[in-house]
Design a protein around this ligand. Structure first.
Ligand code: ASP
Length: 406
């Protein structure tokens, strides 16, 4: 088991750099046509990022408060030393890699991220001809994910053999704090943000979101949920399609509050398990990296956890820690996806209301749009609504994805 686990950890490490590079390029490409970004786009982007940062802060706060994973002190096999954080000035001046290949060879996350964002923007500027390239990159992401389960089994068995039931108790603490943070963020933080910025009824929002969240929960995929989120915000909440057709797919691609919460909680948990102390600089780094990692996470099952390797690499935590939490990730993925789409819809409502692109009468009518609830069938209309913005721009690949899955 130790050998198989080690092989898995090595393959995970092997994937970190290509995965971060590729996923972030895909994340940036999710913006679609960059010229359409404009004022609404910028506003949406900023609110998405702000709520994601709030989400991580909640996770870190609760994780530290409950001290999840403390007292385990697993020694890492690889001689591991927490990197001392480099001076801030160096961090900034080294962000632009003078040699991207050497940045990748050294695993300089920030430089790789910068490079990825730059390539993503360039692909957007090339436009349609680059679509094939982006689809190939998305496929590579999927291929990588298929390797995961075998290694997880071995890693968990080995850890259990060494630590026995203590590990299970510790993992239960992780799950409990994570679920608590997800609930806190969605039901408290996001609802305060919704009320504060839009004045809309929180109760109505929650009632109308139920169906979307159940769908997200059962598919664990923000992408697959796009049609039903879109339908709910337009038909049931009265958001004008011109706003929703941009903000919903955009959010499903880059806005992942639930995923970010998992990454924050997991960082605290794994640091404690290995007895590594994180300082203020590390916490700030975790916030920044988790925001970026959630942008890079594709809205399909399980990717968030693999993107966690990017956070770990930058903070200096052992990547093999991911193997320990992978075993409980399936159900957590379902929950965090429900929070992810909840955030997309809340921000959509806020932006639409502030832009006067919302029919508040529809929002307040409890029965609005109930006749054409989503029945799993993607009709031509909703497809057109979406592709107006995206296929004319660059991507539209989320829809191909949905079709393929169907
Ligand atoms: N499953 C999540 C989503 O689609 C992404 C993740 O965190 O793995 O939103």
């Amino acid at each position: 088991m130790a050998i198989i686990g080690k092989l898995f950890v090595n393959s995970l490490k092997m994937l970190v750099v290509p995965l971060v590079l590729i996923s972030l390029i895909c994340g940036v490409c999710g913006i679609g046509d960059i010229r359409l970004l404009g004022r609404i786009g910028t506003k949406t982007f900023l609110i998405y990022m702000m709520t994601t940062a709030l989400a991580i802060a909640t996770a870190i706060g609760l994780g530290s408060l409950f001290g999840i994973g403390k007292g385990m002190d697993i020694a890492t096999e690889a001689a591991f030393e927490a990197k001392s954080a480099p001076p801030l000035l160096d961090v900034f001046s080294n962000i632009i890699p003078s040699n991207p290949i050497s940045a990748m060879a050294n695993g300089d996350m920030l430089s790789i991220i910068f490079f990825a964002i730059l390539i993503g923007i360039s692909i957007l500027m090339v436009g349609k001809p680059a679509k094939g390239l982006v689809q190939s990159l998305e496929l590579i992401n999927e291929v990588i994910m298929n390797l995961a389960p075998y290694g997880v089994f071995a890693l968990l068995t080995k850890a259990m053999a060494e630590l026995g039931l203590d590990l299970i108790w510790s993992l239960l603490g992780y799950v409990a704090v994570l679920v608590g943070s997800l609930a806190f963020h969605f039901f408290i933080t996001m609802m305060i943000v919704l009320k504060l910025f839009s004045g809309l009824s929180v109760r109505t929002f929650l009632a109308k979101m139920r169906e979307v969240q159940i769908f997200a929960f059962s598919t664990s995929s923000s992408n697959a949920t796009i049609p039903i989120t879109l339908r709910t915000v337009t038909k049931r909440m009265g958001v004008n399609n011109s706003v929703a057709s941009f903000t919903v797919p955009f959010g499903a691609t880059i806005n992942m509050d639930g995923t970010a919460i998992m990454q924050g909680t997991a960082t605290i948990f794994i640091a404690n398990i290995y007895g590594i102390d994180l300082g203020v600089t590390e916490y700030l780094t975790v916030i920044l990296m988790s925001v970026l990692a959630s942008v890079g996470t594709a809205g399909v099952p399980g990717v968030g956890l693999i993107m966690l390797s990017m956070v770990f690499a930058q903070v200096g935590l052992p990547i093999e820690g991911i193997g320990l939490i992978l075993g409980v990730d399936r159900i957590l993925d379902m929950l965090r996806t429900a929070v992810n789409v909840g955030g997309d819809a809340a921000v959509t409502a806020i932006v639409a209301k502030s832009e006067d692109k919302m029919d508040v009468a529809i929002y307040n009518d409890p029965d609005a749009g109930t006749k054409d609830v989503f029945d799993g069938h993607i009709d031509k209309d909703s497809k057109r609504e979406f592709s107006e913005v995206f296929s004319d721009g660059l991507m539209g690949s989320e829809y191909d994805d949905v079709d393929r899955r169907k």
